[in-house]
Design a protein around this ligand. Structure first.
Ligand SMILES: O=C(O)C(=O)C[C@]1(C(=O)O)C=C[C@@H](O)C=C1
Length: 279
């Protein structure tokens, strides 16, 4: 099998400038969605499987309230072919989702299909266990009963985080195509550390965290009163969430993607890739 997306077929979608512009815009989306969720209480029972007996009785659903709401939302989005798009992945098991009603769109083939990863299980667990308790700490009540409003925000934050983290695949494809020869050895020897070193750009990460803190300081203030005690979100916490999970997890996706980047290619195909130059 020949690599269907050889490096000489460069796509503007794979320019690092374009990809980083998308990641930057997603910072705003994620920040606004986090602020939206942070106005409601933690509502721990929303995340406990079986805590809503109505779901068991009326929907035959054993999972949590938020997972059920994800499935309901994602079912509508699946009908609109959202998950046909190479940058959108559902949290719900695709086997439980309906088929699109709209006819398929021909997306430009930029990712190597055998390499695509779905990291949503890890994103969900981290969001439930780390993000929700962190951003709702300012709300005095532990449970405000706003299960519909809070779950609506959860679904929005989760889908923005998922899109951001899965964008790591585009970053990887771009980096791989710009220098296949440097990646082939570590891919073949399954060397995660070497691959991580190749994709890591400390200056980009540092600039991101500074920019993000600035945005969170500005967007999170209460402009109506100027009262610091009424901040909507703690900027340092947002930075910590990015530093400790969002960026590292994007890199996990990048490395997982790369590890499968040569699957199905013959020795001759790989040799051709090794010899190829970035366009
Ligand atoms: O911009 C890149 O080059 C990326 O790989 C993305 C990203 C990020 O998650 O923001 C991840 C790893 C790099 O060290 C820098 C930034």
């Amino acid at each position: 099998m020949t690599d269907p997306f050889p490096p000489h077929l460069s796509s503007p979608l794979l320019s690092l400038d374009h990809i980083r512009a998308v990641l930057q815009r997603l910072e705003d989306t994620i920040l606004f969605q986090l602020i939206e969720r942070a106005q409601f209480a933690k509502n721990a029972r929303m995340y406990e499987p079986g805590a809503f007996k109505e779901l068991k009785e009326r929907e035959q659903w054993d999972g949590s309230w938020v997972e059920w709401f994800l499935r309901e939302t994602e079912a509508a989005h699946a009908k609109c072919r959202r998950y046909e798009s190479p940058d959108e992945y559902p949290f719900t098991d695709p086997a439980l989702l309906p088929k699109p009603i709209l006819p398929p769109i021909e997306y430009p083939k930029v990712l190597y299909e055998r390499s695509v990863v779905n990291d949503n299980k890890r994103i969900w667990e981290w969001y439930r266990d780390e993000v929700v308790p962190t951003i709702t700490r300012r709300v005095e009540m532990g449970d405000d009963g706003q299960y519909g409003s809070a779950a609506t925000r959860d679904v929005e934050v989760l889908s923005a985080l998922s899109r951001r983290i899965h964008f790591g695949m585009f970053v990887s494809e771009s980096k791989f195509r710009s220098a296949p020869a440097s990646f082939i050895g570590p891919i073949q020897s399954r060397d995660r550390d070497a691959l991580e070193a190749l994709i890591t750009k400390p200056a980009v990460e540092a600039a991101l965290l500074v920019r993000l803190e600035g945005k969170a300081e500005v967007y999170g203030q209460d402009l109506n009163t100027g009262d610091e005690s009424r901040r909507k979100i703690d900027a340092k916490e947002v930075v910590r969430l990015y530093r400790e999970f969002v960026i590292p997890e994007t890199k996990v996706v990048e490395v997982d993607y790369l590890l499968k980047r040569l699957d199905g290619l013959s020795e001759a195909d790989i040799e051709e890739l090794r010899q190829s130059r970035a366009s």
